[in-house]
Design a protein. Structure first.
Length: 388
């Protein structure tokens, strides 16, 4: 039998790795920022994985830009820390953070050509001329502006300027790429094509991206994970699918995608299942949803059902796995391949239902009485902090 090596380090005393491979690309710890008595960022914890595309999404004023500016180093946190690749950067000036940035208002130097704009970060780093030339050509090629190096910003369209800004942000192969509403000033079509460009470029480079937007579709299209911001905090962090299918709060359910929100009170299983009740109505809650929400019986709660999960049915009562309600058609909207209905339940509750046009084979009109049904498992249960 051999005695344990006295010098062997236990896991808890292991020295930190020095090559950065074990660290998240970016780690925010209890990050805070106040302006006088106003709290802009209220204790944000976040790990961004290497190569990940992570988006901060939330309403105006929720603290996204302030968080990004602290990561960039333009603003000092009131408290908390910022680590990039395992190194503490909280007090390090922006130019030493090795971070590329793209903002909404292009911010190209107007008196420099596209090529000189892209070359700028390399000149600042005093790279040799031959290397600068090659890297600038590669970066312009990467954003599909190979022939545009001699043009000045005023000779480029908004989308082209933003691609130059992207080339400039990635040309020095930064550890981290920060983007704040980079497509905010562009029209919808251009925005959609540049979303795909940005994804392609960041994947080709294997870049870690922290992206800010208030456009949920943009966030869903682009991101590996999304952090939903509300009042300076991360309300939920997850993939688009997580947030849509398993929102952790009423705020997230309401913010991501369209929701029907049926407010009431949660009644835990008294022998006949879990329910949300309201006046004379009650809707069954699936076991999984009830377990996930961890609510105590009697607390205000909401059942959230997505419009595409509700079906307009011809007849029949509530089967075991179904909730069925009576409703009156209020509005019919033709949305290309889908039809969307707005319907009224009792107590002033309105519900939206969306179904593929050809699947229904019926023509409903305002005033028609119908039945709506949804699978119990499609109802998401969340606490309703504002509920009675
Ligand atoms: P938007 O989507 O509108 O850009 P945001 O989520 O990025 O919003 P922030 O710009 O981070 O929000 O602002 C968060 C809060 O901090 C807001 O209430 C804002 O008014 C406040 N704030 C931001 N910068 C300052 C400042 N320099 N001085 C005072 N208050 C500020």
């Amino acid at each position: 039998m051999t005695a344990p090596e006295p010098t062997t380090a236990s896991p808890s005393s292991a020295a930190p790795a020095t090559n950065g491979a074990d660290h998240p690309a970016l780690a925010l710890r209890d990050l805070r920022k106040t302006f006088g008595s106003a709290v802009a960022v209220d204790g944000v914890d976040l790990d961004v994985r290497r190569g990940e595309f992570l988006t901060l999404l939330g309403p105006s004023g929720s603290g996204k830009t302030t968080t990004l500016r602290m990561v960039a180093g333009f603003m000092a946190p009131t408290a908390g820390s910022i680590e990039i690749d395992g190194s503490d950067m909280t007090r390090v000036p922006p130019y030493r953070r090795d971070v590329g940035m793209v903002f909404q208002n292009y911010a190209l130097f107007p008196h420099m050509t596209a090529a000189d704009n892209v070359a700028f970060p390399l000149r600042m780093r005093r790279r040799p001329a031959a290397e600068i030339k090659k890297r600038v050509a590669d970066a312009l090629e990467l954003v599909k502006l190979g022939g545009y190096g001699d043009r000045y910003p005023r000779q480029l369209s908004g989308g082209q300027q933003q691609r130059v800004a992207l080339a400039r942000a990635v040309v020095f192969e930064p550890r981290l790429l920060l983007m704040d509403e980079p497509l905010g000033a562009l029209d919808r079509k251009l925005r959609e094509s540049l979303q795909l460009e940005i994804i392609r470029v960041s994947r080709e480079l294997g870049a870690t991206v922290l992206y800010v937007t208030h456009d949920q579709e943009e966030a869903l299209v682009m991101s590996d994970r999304i952090a939903i911001f509300s009042a300076g905090r991360i309300e939920q962090l997850g993939s688009g699918e997580d947030l849509y299918d398993r929102p952790a709060s009423l705020f997230v359910a309401d913010f991501i995608g369209e929701s029907n929100i049926l407010r009431g009170r949660y009644e835990a299983d008294g022998g006949d299942g879990d329910w949300v009740t309201r006046d004379n109505a009650r809707w069954r809650v699936g076991r999984d949803a009830a377990a996930r929400a961890e609510l105590s019986s009697g607390t205000p709660a909401a059942l959230v059902v997505r419009p595409e999960r509700i079906r307009i049915v011809d007849g029949g009562g509530a089967g075991d796995g179904l909730n069925v309600v009576e409703a009156m058609v209020d509005e019919v909207l033709y949305l290309g391949p889908d039809t969307k209905y707005h319907l009224a339940l009792g107590w002033g509750q309105r519900v939206a239902v969306r179904e593929p046009r050809e699947s229904s084979g019926r023509e409903l009109q305002r005033g028609d009485q119908v039945r709506l049904a949804w699978s119990v498992d499609d109802g998401l249960l969340v606490a309703d902090p504002g509920g009675a």
